[in-house]
Design a protein around this ligand. Structure first.
Ligand SMILES: [Zn+2]
Length: 387
């Protein structure tokens, strides 16, 4: 229990961005002289790079023309990863409306909710898009997920994120598709702070090597070697499709519901049972991380939510979780309550405690700047790692 002195210390050390709702629970947060955090500055840089005006529209039209030109002798122009969630479904919908011919790819990691499965089926059927589903080897993936829980890091959901990106690049290379869609909008989703989420293929391997019990054979990892092969040899680019168009969260949900029969699943990325468990229970309980702050901050910056509304929600109720979901997750992972308690109690670590590419990425700032300019690295990731 905190003494009155320690409360005072904790209070005096706590700072909140003057513009969004990110605060010093974000380990790497920095504030400028106006008390505004670097993630707000990243938002402004992205807004400047992808303005929703005539110049931005021209740039977008040129890009779409290039995608159609590069794909004209192939069956598909682009790959869109689909989870059944709002952003990926809207990306697929937008691609079709733009006259592109997407191949939808789904990474089935064993944690799909029924809503996710139905949403994917309805969207691909109604939009008449081919769907490629990759089902991960469950025992292997479970071993990787448990390894990341044992590593005691807040990045423990990255096996899914890295697996999705690795899979999309792999299928793009096989099918000779030159663009992979990144269904991320900084205007609604924000940029996950580096101190909360870091990911790379080396990190996957190093944590798994330390805590895993079986070899990774089926998992589509994305190592630096893979990255160079896909970008330099196969010339696959990333398209951050949603940053070029107005993205009003409520309006997008309305369109998806009325045109595709899409169903909302109750929270950011809750289309996956594991993500729901991870964000609502594991991160708040072990790391004092409330990921709603990222989404609400993005909505504040893009004028879709007021700061007062966001603060009221965050300070009012802790991230709601469901005890049945916690039991289901532990049982599916084969962890006893005691084993999980040990994970919760073990000292928190960060990605700096394990081998990653991060030191190398810092050294390669020049080439990374060029790769970003040429469209091989999404701008928001470049700014997050090197901005
Ligand atoms: Zn901020």
């Amino acid at each position: 229990m905190l003494t009155s002195d320690s409360v005072k210390i904790a209070d005096s050390a706590f700072s909140l961005c003057q513009r969004c709702v990110l605060d010093t629970t974000v380990r790497d947060i920095r504030f400028d002289e106006a008390g505004v955090c670097q993630y707000c500055r990243i938002h402004d840089a992205l807004e400047k790079e992808f303005p929703l005006n005539e110049a931005g529209q021209r740039k977008f039209n040129d890009l779409i023309d290039d995608i159609k030109r590069r794909g004209k002798n192939e069956d598909y122009d682009i790959i869109v990863g689909i989870s059944g969630g709002r952003d990926s479904t809207f990306a697929l919908y937008t691609a079709v409306k733009l006259g592109l011919r997407p191949l939808a790819v789904h990474f089935d990691n064993g944690w799909n909710s029924e809503t996710a499965v139905t949403n994917i089926k309805k969207a691909t059927d109604k939009l008449k898009v081919d769907l490629h589903t990759f089902v991960i080897d469950w025992e292997e993936f479970k071993d990787l997920q448990i390894s990341f829980l044992k590593a005691s890091v807040s990045d423990a959901e990255i096996p899914t994120d890295v697996g999705i990106h690795g899979l999309l690049q792999k299928v793009a290379a096989q099918e000779n598709i030159k663009y992979v869609v990144f269904a991320h909008s900084f205007r609604t989703e924000g940029v996950a702070p580096l101190g909360w989420t870091y990911m790379d293929g080396c990190y996957i391997n190093s944590v798994h090597k330390r805590f895993g019990t079986k070899p990774l054979k089926n998992f589509p990892n994305l190592t630096l070697k893979d990255f160079f092969y896909y970008q330099l040899i196969k010339r696959i680019k990333v398209l951050s499709l949603l940053v070029y168009i107005p993205y009003d969260q409520k309006e997008v949900e309305r369109v998806l519901q009325s045109e595709l029969g899409w169903t909302y699943y109750g929270g950011h990325h809750h289309e996956s049972y594991y993500t729901h468990f991870f964000q609502s229970y594991y991160l708040p309980k072990k790391f004092n991380i409330d990921k709603r702050k990222i989404e609400y901050s993005a909505l504040i910056r893009s004028g879709q939510m007021t700061r007062d509304e966001a603060l009221k929600e965050i300070n009012g109720e802790p991230y709601p979780y469901d005890q049945d979901l916690v039991r289901y997750t532990l049982s599916k992972l084969g962890l006893t309550e005691e084993e999980f308690e040990n994970i919760l109690r073990s000292p928190n670590k960060t990605f700096h405690d394990y081998p990653t590419y991060y030191p190398l990425i810092k050294l390669l700032k020049g080439p990374a700047t060029l790769a970003c300019r040429l469209g091989f690295i999404p701008k928001h990731l470049y700014l997050k790692f090197l901005g």
